[in-house]
Design a binder for this molecule. Structure first.
Ligand code: CTP
Length: 403
């Protein structure tokens, strides 16, 4: 999965011959799962048609503030476009547009949008080699860099003029991977390892029966997805769960029993920066597992259980650099019980679900949580879908990692 999945990208196209390559660029972004809106300068429409770009981007192309020909035309709001975007890319960026951007000139929709954009702005210059080397262009580029805009350097090669040298717009694949790497490099959990336990455990009674619980694993999987979206390398250790996950930064390890989960967790825990125990681990397991299927008898039967190891408590006991987060599912005396677990298991945060709250807990798609920290601060959240809850949990973690 690309880090650009779900990102809102505003592509500004200016009047250079390389504009025809933006068709391919738009396809690359769409394939990565990004949302694209295109703003064109009026002159760029001579190099690539708005129809091509609107078809590929699946959105109308914007090029004027309004159209005099169309009676129903509405004002094209550059402020809205600028605010909509997670990132803006100007490609190709001609010498003319670079100069206007660096001077704050606004004589078309693209430039007005550029000035309104609050997001990171990338620009990929494209021009003849002498124009690229001209001190005036160099000044424009360094001025834009001083504004925090990000240069995607032009490449060397044969230019449309027939001259050979620097000035060619970087190839669409190169622009795409430049932005992907840059976005990834700036993610808050880049370079961090996150360990997450998820799902139920199954404690075998005999070859066909087990003691389990109703945990779906969804909360843990949403946490794993969110951690990966924030740039972390994620180890997701899951008990039996129907949940699916596909992300290049997530390694899923399937286990069945509490004992297997314990073993896998301790293979990865010492290197982890953040560990979150969202699994509903069985507290007890049969003392003996029958080799053969147990036959029914007329009389009552007993299964003797022994306690499992508390995986989270074992992580707390060994804690060094790890930021450790646990879950507590309570029915009564919720806050006091959760605080007790936070201290007993040496946690940094505990996420409390109360079974008294409708929609909370481990089987459904929603959750209602409170988060308690070591200073007894309690943040309460309303009922939300589990993907939103995962975002809230990581927001709380990140704010404490920085502190
Ligand atoms: N947990 C764990 N290993 C266990 C049991 C629990 O890692 N064997 C973790 C859960 O993943 C969760 C937290 O511990 O993050 C809370 O577990 P819970 O079962 O509620 O707490 P207990 O200490 O077992 O207390 P009680 O059963 O009395 O509520």
């Amino acid at each position: 999965m690309s880090v650009l999945q779900g990102k809102k990208i505003l592509l500004g196209v200016t009047a250079g011959i390389a504009a025809y390559k933006t068709a391919h660029l738009v396809r690359l972004f769409i394939k990565a799962g990004a949302e694209i809106q295109v703003v064109m300068t009026p002159a760029s429409k001579d190099f690539v048609t708005p129809l091509t770009l609107s078809t590929l981007s699946k959105n109308p192309v914007h090029s004027t503030f309004y159209s005099k020909e169309d009676e129903n035309e509405v004002w094209n709001n550059h402020v809205d476009l600028g605010l909509w975007a997670d990132l803006m890319l100007i490609a190709p960026a001609t010498a003319n547009t670079l100069s206007k951007m660096s001077n704050g000139t606004v004589d078309n929709l693209l430039l007005a949008t550029y000035l309104s954009a609050k997001c990171p702005v990338y620009f990929a210059p494209a021009m003849d080699l002498d124009m690229y080397k001209h001190p005036s262009t160099e000044v424009s580029i360094s001025t834009l860099e001083s504004f925090g805009n990000i240069l995607i350097p032009a490449a060397s090669g044969e230019l449309a003029s027939g001259l050979v040298g620097e000035g060619r717009m970087a190839e669409p694949e190169d622009i795409f991977s430049f932005i992907e790497k840059d976005v990834l490099g700036k993610l808050p959990l880049k370079g961090k390892k996150v360990l997450i336990t998820a799902g139920p455990t199954y404690e075998a009674i005999d070859p066909v029966r087990f003691i389990g619980n109703h945990s779906s694993g969804k909360m843990g999987f949403e946490l794993a997805k969110n951690a990966a979206n924030l740039g972390a390398e994620v180890i997701l250790i899951s008990g039996p769960s129907a949940q699916q996950i596909s992300h290049s930064l997530v390694q899923r390890i399937n286990v069945k029993s509490a004992a297997e989960m314990y073993t896998e967790v301790h293979k990865f825990y010492s290197d982890a920066h953040i560990a979150i125990a969202s699994a509903a681990v069985a507290d007890y397991t049969p003392t003996e597992v029958a080799d053969q299927k147990i036959k029914k008898k007329g009389s009552a039967m007993e299964i003797v259980l022994k306690p499992t190891k508390d995986i989270l408590a074992s992580m707390g006991a060994l804690k060094k650099q790890q930021f450790l987060v646990g879950f507590a599912l309570e029915t009564n005396n919720e806050v006091e019980n959760a605080k007790g677990k936070l201290v007993r298991k040496n946690l940094d945060l505990i996420v409390l679900n109360s079974l008294q709250d409708k929609g909370a807990g481990f089987a459904g798609d929603t959750n209602k949580i409170s988060i308690i920290d070591t200073k007894n601060n309690i943040s309460e959240f309303p009922l939300k879908s589990k993907d939103r809850v995962a975002i809230d949990i990581f927001t709380e973690i990140l704010s404490r990692l920085d502190a």
